[in-house]
Design a protein around this ligand. Structure first.
Ligand code: S3P
Length: 435
């Protein structure tokens, strides 16, 4: 599926709620499955990535009933009653699913093979498998278990002290989940704190962890108890509409019940530094383990920004849309040392530099640092998602700012994280033609 889109020549108005946050939806399914008792979650993301996590746990014997695609009842099996899968577990495009699942299966005494699509099978896994091997699990795969398919056998684990060279919530979560099964204490230290959803879920579901600066520790031999809550709206999906609200003159979009976890607010901090105006910012109540907020954004002239390596984990998934914002901001924006973007669903430094250049953007990569000069009058072009959902949606926002017609190709990937993206575009009256 492709889309044709023209420059948006009117303000965008509307009040928007977003599908459940992807990171939270994965974890709701995971913790619901490992808890004792029945959990009930609403506003679960029905995107393909989370469907993969759900199917994986069904293959491990967990009973999951969906009263609608976004409402799940999960009969948790506890930590020690998962069943050996009868066939390979396919995690599609989802890095979070495969990495967190490896952590859990490391502590379960059976064999399993985890695989995924072409993109997932070319993403690095040794950052997880090396630690799980140290803990006592057996993992095999191409390049010393660096690439899926990964064949693994779990069993008796021992606690380790892991010092991660790169901040990564997926790696941290995999080790902490394995730590639930390990003898003694497991601790993970990151250079900068990555998103802390796993820590919050562990505590909310009745587990106990210790947090000390950049180190999180967990002891084996705990039990988790079922919980029920609504999943907060995905701030990484809202980010595309936040960019539109800041860029398109005459817009007034308000945002309802969006996840407002401090470890995910890099996009808000950077947009504020650019001069974007956030209004009526009010921290509302919590939704289960997480905090949410309502807010609105008014368009303002935007200035260039700089993002240093330490800030990257708080906006790691928002870099593609930030490069689009940078094309419209005054001055030279620099995103330093974004190496981690090279190993996302696609190489997102390459995808954004190559595709935005076709639209006339002044954007280049100096090694892993991205430099964008603005403001630039973008022009319509034929561009490609490179099968990456966040590249696809970012290019659609760029198309809304470009003269003439932009065609963004190969958009099926958007279903991995934001199945109703086009519905919400319609709601704020953005014109587009799917073809
Ligand atoms: C995620 C962690 C992030 C992010 C991904 C979801 C998670 O990756 O890019 O989309 O749910 O734990 P890192 O492992 O780089 O932090």
């Amino acid at each position: 599926m492709d889309v044709k889109i023209k420059k948006t020549d009117h303000g965008l108005l509307g009040k928007l709620s977003f599908p459940g946050d992807k990171s939270l939806s994965h974890r709701a399914i995971i913790f619901g499955s490992l808890a004792e008792g029945e959990s009930h979650f609403t506003n679960v993301l029905a995107g393909e990535d989370c469907v993969c996590t759900r199917k994986a746990f069904e293959k491990l014997g967990v009973e999951i009933r969906a009263s609608s695609p976004t409402e799940l009842y999960i009969k948790g099996k506890g930590l020690h009653a998962l069943q050996a899968p009868r066939e390979d577990i396919d995690l599609g495009n989802s890095g979070t699913s495969i990495r967190l699942l490896m952590g859990i299966l490391a502590g379960n005494p059976f064999e399993a093979t985890l695989t995924g699509d072409l993109s997932l099978c070319s993403r690095p896994m040794r950052r997880v498998t090396d630690y799980l091997k140290q803990m006592g699990a057996t993992l095999e795969g191409r390049d010393d278990a660096n690439f899926a398919p990964i064949r693994m056998k779990g069993g008796k684990l021992r606690g380790i002290e892991a010092e991660l060279p790169i901040s990564s919530a997926q790696v941290k979560s995999a080790i902490l989940l394995a730590g639930l099964y390990a003898e003694g204490q497991t601790s993970v230290t990151e250079p900068v704190r990555s998103r802390d959803h796993t820590e919050r879920f562990l505590k909310y579901f009745g587990g106990s962890i210790e947090e000390n600066g950049l180190t999180v520790s967990i002891k084996g031999g705990q039990k988790l108890k079922a919980k029920s809550f609504e999943i907060a709206g995905d701030i990484s999906s809202a980010a595309f509409f936040m960019a539109m609200a800041a860029l398109v003159k005459g817009s007034a979009i308000s945002f309802k019940e969006v996840l407002w976890n401090p470890t995910r607010l890099g996009i808000v901090e950077v947009m504020k530094r650019m001069g974007a105006h956030f209004d009526e910012l009010k921290l509302s109540d919590t939704k289960g383990p997480e905090v949410i907020s309502d807010f609105s954004i008014q368009p303002r002239p935007l200035n260039a920004f700089e993002i240093k390596r330490e800030e990257l984990p708080s906006l790691i998934d928002e870099v593609p849309i930030l490069t689009v914002l940078a094309t419209q901001a005054k001055g030279k924006s620099i995103i330093y040392e974004a190496d981690e973007l090279r190993v996302k669903e696609t190489d997102r430094i390459h995808s954004m530099v190559s595709q935005l250049s076709k639209m006339g953007a002044r954007i280049e990569a100096k090694g892993n640092t991205i430099v964008v000069e603005g403001p630039t009058a973008l022009h319509g072009a034929k561009v490609d998602s490179l099968k990456d959902h966040r590249t696809a949606m970012s290019l659609i926002v760029a198309g809304m700012m470009a003269d003439g017609e932009t065609m963004v190709r190969d958009l099926e990937c958007i279903n991995t994280s934001f199945p109703n993206f086009f519905e919400l575009l319609k709601k704020v009256k953005v014109g587009y033609e799917l073809c």
